[in-house]
Design a protein around this ligand. Structure first.
Ligand code: PGA
Length: 234
């Protein structure tokens, strides 16, 4: 069971330090935990979580090792910092920054080649679900990815992200089973995961963990979700 906290554009280095110092005192036995702070907070997170089982991942990564790509960060740079992995293809990147499936695939490939662990996000929008296109969208988004020991997919229905509208455990299970039929890697659920719905979602047979946004920003809610994950037999 893997629980990853996607902090998005929250927590600069000072808040990150405070959170990590508190997190490292928590008993998180029985669950793999990852935090994904903004770039500028990665170094302090790596430093403060060194020697713990908690891993640190970035929220994005570029496909080139270096070059004229203003504002981007390479996998080699993340590795140099001691970062363990990276999210790619988050729906906010697809929506606001024009990320295409090909860009997401290129990012994933480069990150994996550089030795990073990768969380690749997929998921349909509300309109796509209403039009009955969920499977088509997932098939298209997954088709560019290749299974790898260091790859996990996060199924995040866009209509459930930051909206408080969680997919029901049945909807999540159905989508996860479909993703699994396309690619043989663990599948995390993401979209308004909270302490009070985590157990039901994580208990679904094809749900291997969660990618948590809003609820990962508070220590109490994040650790409650981690503990819910630890209680599910794997
Ligand atoms: P949320 O975000 O938990 O705030 O819905 C999930 C995500 O964007 O990964």
């Amino acid at each position: 069971m893997l629980i990853a906290g996607n902090w998005k554009m929250y927590k600069g280095p000072a808040e990150t330090a405070e959170f990590c110092l508190a997190l490292r005192d928590e008993d998180l036995t029985g669950v793999d935990v990852v935090v994904c702070p903004p770039y500028v907070s990665l170094a302090v997170a790596v430093q403060l979580l060194a020697g713990t089982e908690i891993a640190v991942a970035a929220q994005n990564v570029h496909w080139e090792e270096e070059g004229a790509y203003t504002g981007e960060i390479s996998a080699a740079m993340l590795r140099e910092l001691g970062v363990y992995g990276a999210i790619v293809g988050h729906s906010e990147r697809r929506q606001h920054f024009g990320e295409t499936d090909e860009m997401v695939a290129t990012r994933a490939r480069a990150a994996l080649a550089a030795g990073l662990f990768v969380i690749a996000c997929v998921g349909e929008t509300e309109e796509e679900r209403e039009r009955g296109e969920t499977e088509e969208v997932l098939r298209r988004q997954i088709s560019v990815l290749e299974a790898d020991d260091n790859l996990v997919v996060a199924y995040e229905p866009v209509w459930a992200i930051g909206t408080g509208k969680t997919a029901t455990p049945e909807i999540a299970q159905q989508a996860h089973a479909f993703v699994r039929s396309l690619i043989d890697v663990p599948v995390l659920y993401g979209g308004s995961v909270k302490p009070d719905n985590a157990t039901q979602l994580l208990a679904q047979p094809d749900v291997d963990g969660a990618l948590v946004g809003g609820a990962s920003l508070e220590l109490d809610s994040f650790t409650a979700i981690c503990r819910a994950g630890a209680r599910i037999p794997s």
